[in-house]
Design a protein around this ligand. Structure first.
Ligand SMILES: C[S@@+](CC[C@H](N)C(=O)[O-])C[C@H]1O[C@@H](n2cnc3c(N)ncnc32)[C@H](O)[C@@H]1O
Length: 279
């Protein structure tokens, strides 16, 4: 299978540096929903009490905070991210966590760890933003112990992810395209088999992927898009006037209401978990 084309690493650094404050703002309100995805990701990585777990591209702390609870007091969780500003939210949230992960800034292409240190490596919605994804997977494999497992979560196709699709469509219609805050990179590994192919090229044994397709039912009439709008397009909407912002929200409300079934709006999602083992 052909691997998806690389992304522009410098645009990605710009994107996440600009988005960091919005992620910190929304991380706590989204934590319960986040944990629903973290649990199957940690299961896929074989994460267990006492393990040393490395989380790549932790952003504001997902799934590193859940991983620390799983690893327990005898384990160790290290969360890393390219962008120190993204980790500010993770560090803030870890201050109240027991046990707490440690966080440090690191590009997943060049990890500051010796070979064979970790029992498990996780990454939630990060791989697609790395220019050389196979290189990042090979680097993750290097720091795994023999027998250690890696689990990577990526988004399935845009059309299967209602929140992104609706918010992206309205933002694109009203504000036009943007070279940095764009959705296409999110879906870089959406094609079934593309993540498995990258894992195999990076040297993983037992490479494979599974799909999760949960449907969230949001109460009708609530601005359920706010977190997605802020975390994905925050820097684009920040300069809008009050009138422009109200018009954007009204357009979003119309789109979401049009999907309502009775008192709820069904919001299907599609995530994919790729796994592999270091022999
Ligand atoms: C969509 S966020 C995901 C954050 C978190 N894992 C979560 O699921 O909430 C993507 C993260 O990937 C990070 N990132 C992008 N390129 C990276 C790289 N080369 N190495 C490490 N992290 C990277 C960004 O800084 C950002 O925090």
């Amino acid at each position: 299978m052909t691997l998806p084309p690389p992304v522009d690493g410098s645009a990605e650094r710009t994107r996440w540096s600009a988005a960091a404050g919005h992620w910190d703002r929304w991380a706590d309100p989204m934590a319960e929903l986040a944990d629903k995805l973290n649990r199957p990701l940690l299961d896929a990585a074989g994460a267990a009490p006492g393990h040393r777990i490395l989380d790549l591209a932790s952003g504001a702390g997902e799934p590193a905070l859940s991983a620390a609870r799983r690893a327990g007091p005898d384990g160790l969780v290290v969360g890393t991210d390219l962008v120190p500003a993204m980790l500010a939210g993770a560090v803030r949230r870890a201050a109240d966590a027991t046990p707490a992960p440690a966080f440090l800034a690191a590009d997943m292409l060049h990890l500051p760890f010796p070979d064979g240190l970790f029992d498990a490596v996780t990454c939630r919605f990060g791989l697609m933003f790395v220019p050389d994804a196979v290189g990042a997977l090979a680097e993750a494999r290097r720091v795994l112990k023999p027998g250690g497992r890696l689990a990577m979560m990526v988004w399935g196709p845009r059309a299967d992810n209602a929140l992104f699709d609706l918010v992206g469509t309205v933002v694109e219609e009203r504000l036009g395209p943007d070279p940095v805050h764009r959705l296409d990179a999110l879906f870089r590994f959406a094609a079934p088999g593309s993540l498995t192919a990258a894992l195999e090229r990076a040297g993983f044994a037992d490479a494979g992927e599974t799909a999760l397709t949960p449907v969230r039912r949001a109460p009708r009439g609530q601005p359920v898009w706010q977190a997605t709008l802020a975390m994905t397009f925050g820097p684009r909407i920040a300069p809008l006037t009050e009138v422009e912002r109200a018009a954007l929200d009204a357009a979003l409300a119309d789109r979401f209401t049009a999907r309502a079934e009775g008192d709820t709006v069904p919001l299907p999602a599609h995530v994919r978990i790729g796994t592999g083992r270091r022999e």
